[in-house]
Design a protein. Sequence first.
Length: 272
Amino acid sequence: MTDSGRDRPPDRTDPPPVHSIWTAWSTLRLAMMAVLWCAANLVAQTLTYTYTGDMFAAVGAGGLLVIALAGLVVKGQGGTLARDFDLDRPLPGTALLAILASVAALLPTSYLAGLSSAIHPPTAEWLAFYNEHLPDTAPRVAVAVAAVVVCGPVAEELVFRGLVYRIGRRHWGVLPSALISALIFGLAHGEPWYFFGLVGLGLLYAHIYERTGSLTACILAHAAHNGMSLAIMLSQDSASGDGLADLPIDWFGLAGSLFALIAIIFLYSRRR
């Protein structure tokens, strides 16, 4: 696919607003803002965990800070998050396809994570830390859901698709920027045993954004994946990183998931 010369997906034919970070700021400044948001996220997580001892509360605090910073930045340029970051209200069919794409991608990306785990297994310390912090009461479960299903997906999509992907697309086109943003997305999580799975998800979210022009659709897909992953961990009462490399491959399930994913991608193309 060739690049149309715009930094946003080609479905959005309207020009960027006159007063916008995309017209007023240079690429370097936009990239530095993405780096600063990630740094602020890390600081917020560290401080919150220090005072609360709750891993999920820390994730939620970091996400909320990124969202707040994004809102302040665009407001300072006379814009809004909805306008400058394509946070629209997608059509029901578009929203449903985004969620279904995430469901279909769960098994393939889990096997990709298993490949990463075989190359770089998670440490015993990480597994013990993660399992120790799995929520075991209703209030803590609510905090975990708010953190990984709401705050996390919104903040990460603002950074990795809303900024990194669009910055790359402006200069290199669709495919290189999708790959670069997915690689950065995978590295930023700091969990090499999940790396290939995270890259696969990053590519999927970039594709959804490219096809729909809606960052909200990406957020819905991201939230669906995180929600399913959290539900699996809570049902098993443990993180799955220690067993990913040893999972037997369900070839029928994998083939069915890939077929469903290809069908959803085709439907996206048809809707466009």
